[in-house]
Write a protein that binds this ligand. Structure first.
Ligand code: DP6
Length: 359
């Protein structure tokens, strides 16, 4: 909600969730506009433990330059093309409102001050840039009272970080690659609300809270430029999987959802291994989690759990609430008991969020 706390400072605060892709975005066809080589699909996690809290304010009395403070540290935004792109897009939208209505305060001409805080490790493969840019875009859009829908705002968040465009919505969210060169059709949209499949749960296993070795932006371009598997994944494998997983979500078919999720995580990491030089995001603990999930599914005789790994060693395990004890209980008992290689803690979070901005 936007408010003018005094005559001179205008302020809005919002929170945004993390999303974890089940069909991974990996590769850009346009690095300036941040356009992907393939569509992707994610589940938005609950904000109860993983979220970014952002306050955006503006005032004619602030020093001339926009500022961004992340987790208590000032950030160099003048050299961050991504942050500048988001802010200039949002300002332009505000400016057009002000041009159409002379009675509106000229917020677009005022310096911005943005203060943001994650309650989880930054850049450790826990989708911090997704929640971060989604919160930044939502907070400034609220400050500016922009009428644009989350889908329209996803075009702006995408330029901050690709995966951020999916954190503007709750539930099950697809980011369509789009066809147009200007990226205007490369948008996120809700495939199903969280309430469609509220039994879905996600267990986040923090193997390491360290910053990742190869940042995703750099890693994905190495893959685009050097992997022979990559084009096959982007052109053939992902389009089929997008259709199949959307059908699985529509039918609330967990075994199908789970198999596609695990296969896509494996294919994504296979293209990383196929890059030159090869990129490794998973480690021995990650692989132990993979084996454990397959063991659980085999022992139970049906697919009750699905793992997925982003650009880091941490595991996210999806399961349905009815299998909580079977999955989360077993994972914690086995992997949690031996903390070697783990920096813990376990986050157990519900993939059940209606929308960001609930603060
Ligand atoms: C493995 O969205 O962090 O998490 O657009 O360069 O900021 P940039 O990349 P980013 O990449 C996320 C990659 C991923 C898969 C996914 O979330 O879809």
């Amino acid at each position: 909600m936007a408010s003018a706390s005094s005559q001179s400072v205008h302020r809005a605060t919002t929170t945004a969730p993390v999303n974890i892709a089940v069909i991974k975005y990996w590769g850009k066809r346009d690095t300036t506009l941040n356009l992907p080589t393939n569509s992707s699909l994610s589940v938005t996690l609950s904000q109860r433990s993983l979220r970014t809290l952002t306050t955006a304010s503006c005032s004619a009395n602030y020093p001339a330059e926009d500022t961004l403070n992340l987790n208590g540290k000032p950030q160099e935004i003048q050299s961050s093309k991504r942050t500048l792109a988001c802010l200039s897009n949002l300002r332009a939208l505000r400016k057009s409102l002000e041009d159409a209505d002379a009675s509106l305060p000229k917020l677009s001409a005022m310096p911005l001050r943005i203060v943001s805080e994650n309650n989880f490790p930054t850049a450790a493969g826990l989708a911090s840039s997704a929640a971060g840019f989604a919160a930044l875009v939502r907070a400034v859009a609220d400050l500016y009272s922009l009428p644009q829908s989350p889908k329209e705002l996803s075009r702006i968040a995408r330029q901050g970080s690709g995966s951020a465009c999916r954190s503007l919505m709750g539930g099950y969210v697809a980011w369509r690659t789009g066809e147009l060169a200007d990226g205007s059709d490369s948008l996120a949209e809700e495939v199903a609300p969280a309430a469609h499949w509220p039994e879905m749960r996600a267990l986040v296993l923090v193997v390491s809270a360290e910053k990742k070795d190869v940042p995703s932006t750099e890693g994905m371009q190495t893959t685009v430029n050097t992997s022979e598997l990559f084009a096959h994944r982007a052109k053939t494998v992902v389009p089929e999987r997008m259709n199949a997983i959307e059908a699985a979500i529509r039918d609330r078919d967990f075994p199908k959802f789970a198999e596609i999720t695990m296969r896509d995580s494996n294919t994504f990491h296979a293209t990383c291994l196929d890059s030159w030089p090869p990129i490794f995001y998973m480690n021995d603990v990650s692989r132990a989690a993979v084996r454990l999930v397959h063991d659980i599914n085999q022992a139970v005789g049906r697919t009750v759990a699905a793992y997925t790994f982003d650009a880091g060693p941490n595991a996210v395990i999806y399961y349905e609430e009815k299998d909580e004890e079977l999955v989360a209980g077993t994972v914690k008992a086995i992997l949690g008991a031996d903390t070697t290689g783990w920096e813990g803690p376990f986050y157990e979070k519900l993939a059940n969020v209606s929308a960001p901005g609930v603060s």
